[in-house]
Design a protein around this ligand. Structure first.
Ligand SMILES: *Cc1c(COP(=O)(O)O)cnc(C)c1O
Length: 457
C-alpha cells in the first residue's frame, strides 16, 4: 500500500458538484460595500462586471452547486488530476512524514487557474457576453482565461502587470496564441492607467493597478464587455474546490488522512480549493486536519496585514470587502512569484484565519527557491515560484516531524509548473536572486489610505 506513488481517479470520479464554504462558515458573512457610497453593494452594481449566475454563486448558501456538463466535459481534458506520494523527497529529507501532492500543473495553462476560467467563460457565454477583460500578474491567470475564452468563443483583453510582461514574454505569446490581446499595465488605454503613467512613466505596475484598468474598460464598455477575476471572489474559490474533492478520494485510495494541508496564497483560491473540502470534514465530521497557508515575506498579507475593509483595487473602483490587507496602494517588491503579489486576500479565508481555523506562515524568496530546487531534484517537477512557497512550508513541516519523530501525513497543492519561469531559476542558480526586506514603510504608507467605513455593530 505505502509503495504506491501515483493515485489516479477515473473520469467517472470527476466531481459533479463544487463545495460552497458559505454553507458551513462558522461566522456570519461580512458585507461587501459599494466603493463610491460605502453602502452594501447591490446586484445592479455587480451585474455591470459579472453575469448573474456568478453573482448568485457568490452569495449562495447551498452547500453544493452543480458543475455544468459543458464545464465537466472541458475539465475532462486534464481532470481528475493526479495525486502523487513524494517518496523521493521524503528520502532526500530523511523524514518519517508522508508527503503527498496534488498536481494541478497538468492543465493546458500549467496551473489550477483553468478550473475557474472555464467555469467563468461558460457562465459568461450563457449570459450572452461577447468579450471579457482581465488583469494578470505572472501571466498564469491570463493564459488560463485565454484558453477558456477560446473554447467558448469569447474575445479577451488582458492587462498584464508591466514588470511581468517584461520578465515573462512567453506567457504573453501563449495568451496571444490562444487569441487574446495583451497590454502592459499601466497602459494609456484607460483614465486610471494614464494617471499612473503621468506620476511615474516607469511604473512597474501592480495587480491592483491592472485590476483597475480591466474593471474600467468593462465598466465603460456600455455592457459589451464583462470583467473576470482569477482569485479572491467566492465564486472563484468555489470553482477550485474540485481540487480538494478529488484529493479526499485520492487520500482514501492511499488509505491515509492528512494531518496537515499546505498551499501557497496569493488571493487564496488554490489554497481554499484544496483546503475547504477538508475544512468541511473538520467542521461536520470531527476531523482535525491543520490547514496552513504560505505567503511571501515580501507581501505578508495574512501575517502582517490588518483585518479591515479595503478596496479590491488601486483605483477604488472594485468593491470594498473585509479582508486582511496591506493597503490597496501597496506596490509589492518585484518577487518572481507574480501570482502572490496582491495586497488583499479572499474574505472567507481571512475570516477563517482571524477565527483560528487556518494558520499562516510567511517565507522569504531565497529559502523558497532552495526548497523548489530540492523538490525538483527529488521529484523531477519544476514548480512555479508561487507553488514553491508551499514547498518551503512542506519541507519545514517534514523536518519538524523528523525532529519530533512523528509520522505526520502532509498533503499539499502543487498549484502549477514553472516552465515559463526560467528567468527566476536562472537568477537563483547564478546567485543573483535576493531577499527583500520587509516593506514596512510602504505598508505603513498604504495603510493611511484605507476607506473610512463605519464599523458594523
Ligand atoms: C495565480 C497562482 C497562484 C496564486 O493564486 P491563488 O488565487 O492564491 O491560488 C498560486 N500558484 C500558481 C501556480 C498560480 O498561477
Amino acid at each position: 500500500m505505502t509503495d504506491q506513488t501515483r493515485y489516479t481517479l477515473s473520469k467517472t470520479d470527476l466531481p459533479r458538484t463544487w463545495y460552497n464554504i458559505n454553507a458551513d462558515m462558522p461566522m456570519p458573512p461580512t458585507p461587501v460595500l459599494n466603493p463610491q457610497t460605502l453602502e452594501p453593494i447591490t446586484p445592479d452594481f455587480l451585474s455591470v462586471l459579472f453575469p448573474m449566475e456568478l453573482i448568485m454563486q457568490d452569495v449562495s448558501s447551498d452547500r453544493y452547486i452543480d458543475i455544468p456538463e459543458d464545464v465537466r466535459e472541458i475539465y475532462k481534458l486534464y481532470r481528475p488530476t493526479p495525486m502523487i506520494r513524494a517518496h523521493r523527497l521524503e528520502q532526500a529529507l530523511d523524514t518519517p512524514a508522508h508527503i503527498y501532492y496534488k498536481y494541478e500543473g497538468v492543465s493546458a495553462a500549467g496551473s489550477h487557474k483553468p478550473n475557474t476560467a472555464i467555469a467563468q467563460a461558460y457562465y459568461n457565454k450563457s449570459a450572452g457576453t461577447k468579450a471579457l477583460t482581465t488583469e494578470t500578474g505572472a501571466g498564469q491567470w491570463g493564459s488560463a482565461l485565454a484558453l477558456a475564452c477560446q473554447f467558448f468563443d469569447l474575445d479577451l483583453e488582458v492587462y498584464m502587470v508591466k514588470i511581468s510582461y517584461e520578465q515573462k514574454p512567453y506567457r504573453r505569446i501563449m495568451m496571444e496564441t490562444y487569441g487574446a490581446q495583451v497590454f502592459p499595465s499601466p497602459t494609456d488605454r484607460t483614465q486610471f492607467g494614464k494617471s499612473i503613467l503621468e506620476k511615474d512613466p516607469h511604473s512597474p505596475g501592480s495587480l491592483g493597478i491592472a485590476i483597475s484598468e480591466a474593471v474600467e474598460v468593462a465598466v465603460t464598455s456600455g455592457g459589451a464587455k464583462k470583467y473576470s477575476l482569477g482569485s479572491v471572489l467566492n465564486h472563484v474559490l468555489l470553482h477550485q474546490t474540485v481540487i480538494g474533492e478529488e484529493s479526499l478520494k485520492q487520500m482514501d485510495l492511499a488509505g491515509e488522512y492528512p494531518d496537515v494541508i499546505i498551499g501557497c496564497v496569493g488571493g487564496g483560491s488554490n489554497f481554499a480549493g484544496i483546503a475547504y473540502p477538508f475544512l468541511r470534514q473538520n467542521l461536520l465530521d470531527g476531523q482535525r486536519t491543520r490547514l496552513v497557508a504560505i505567503e511571501p515575506t515580501a507581501t505578508p498579507t495574512l501575517t502582517k496585514g490588518v483585518y479591515t475593509f479595503d478596496y479590491g483595487d488601486s483605483a477604488k473602483m472594485a468593491p470594498i470587502v473585509k479582508m486582511y490587507t496591506l493597503g490597496h496602494d501597496f506596490v509589492p517588491p518585484p518577487i518572481h512569484a507574480g501570482g502572490l503579489r496582491y495586497h488583499g486576500m479572499a474574505p472567507s479565508l481571512c475570516a477563517l484565519y482571524e477565527a483560528g481555523y487556518i494558520e499562516a506562515i510567511a517565507v522569504p524568496q531565497l529559502a523558497t527557491f532552495d526548497a523548489a530546487v530540492t523538490f525538483t531534484r527529488a521529484e523531477g517537477i519544476l514548480p512555479a515560484p508561487e507553488s514553491a512557497h508551499a514547498i518551503r512550508g512542506v519541507i519545514d513541516e517534514a523536518l519538524d516531524a523528523k525532529e519530533k519523530g512523528e509520522q505526520r501525513i502532509i498533503l499539499f497543492n502543487l498549484s502549477g509548473h514553472g516552465h515559463f519561469d526560467m528567468g527566476a531559476y536562472q537568477a537563483y542558480l547564478s546567485q543573483e536572486l535576493q531577499d527583500y526586506a520587509y516593506p514596512e514603510e510602504e505598508i505603513k504608507a498604504a495603510m493611511q489610505n484605507l476607506p473610512e467605513v463605519p464599523l458594523p455593530s
